[in-house]
Design a binder for this molecule. Structure first.
Ligand code: 6PG
Length: 242
């Protein structure tokens, strides 16, 4: 039985403060030699929250106890303005002297199929497993206006059903190739946190949370096998949620 929690916030800064505190609490609960394994998404909401953490809340957390992975990456070089890796380094980790070997980067510059294979193998080697699936301590997800999350887009049934840990997807609008972790990996995390802000997301977040019938929205398929799911939503994005 998974546990679903919805927390609304007045603004980005409060959401960022909550997230920094939440991560710090997770770290404090770990054995001293253990890393917290967190997978991060891209997008403008994660970017805004990461920047707020860097500017206002970074001292609350011992970042060197964390090993970062990526939920997804655009198939571009790491210095490309569209790169999620670049966004995370600039907005969250800039100035932290963060150890390279604690950031398990998706190599957007490589052949997509080969990189999806490599990254899946890396997760297998580095992450604890529940016997079949890798287990992240925490996965941060955004929510697209079309109900996508990670790079799991509506209509791409093959990727929504795959038993691979990492796949190549294509953005439905631009056709851009992406590397993405898959639903089973997301659903086997100890804790899934959605970050949703903006009044333009009010309808989609309501549809997803209510698991509106007849809508095969990828984000609606995020249901933790045994972990927890927490929705961090700005007040304006939560307008339609009773
Ligand atoms: C990406 C993300 C994607 C994003 C959502 C929400 O690489 O773009 O991983 O899943 O999190 O599209 O993005 P916004 O917050 O910008 O709407």
């Amino acid at each position: 039985m998974n546990q679903k929690e919805i927390i609304t916030f007045e603004d980005h800064c409060r959401m960022a403060g909550f997230l920094a505190d939440f991560v710090a609490t997770q770290i404090n609960g770990l054995p001293p030699s253990q890393f917290l394994n967190i997978a991060l998404s891209g997008g403008s909401t994660p970017k805004t929250i990461f920047e707020q953490i860097r500017l206002q809340h970074r001292e609350q957390t011992d970042w060197h106890r964390i090993r970062f992975f990526q939920v997804d990456e655009r198939c571009v070089p790491p210095d490309d303005p569209q790169s999620n890796y670049r966004m995370i380094m600039e907005n969250l980790l800039d100035g932290l002297d963060f150890p390279d070997d604690q950031f398990i980067r998706m190599r957007g510059e490589e052949d997509p199929q080969e990189e999806a294979q490599r990254y899946g193998q890396l997760m297998k080697e580095i992450l604890p497993s529940d016997g079949e699936w890798p287990v992240f301590d925490l996965i941060l997800l955004g929510l697209g206006n079309d109900g996508h999350t990670a790079s799991l887009f509506p209509g791409n049934d093959g990727i929504l059903r795959t038993l691979q840990w990492c796949e190549v997807a294509h953005h439905p609008g631009s056709g851009q190739a992406r590397i993405t972790v898959t639903l089973p990996v997301i659903n086997h995390a100890h804790h899934i946190l959605f970050l949703v802000t903006g009044k333009e997301k009010a309808e989609i977040v309501s549809d997803v949370i209510r698991q509106k019938e007849g809508l095969s929205l990828p984000a609606s398929l995020v249901n933790p096998a045994s972990g927890k799911i927490t929705w961090l939503i700005s007040k304006e994005a939560a307008l339609l949620i009773s």
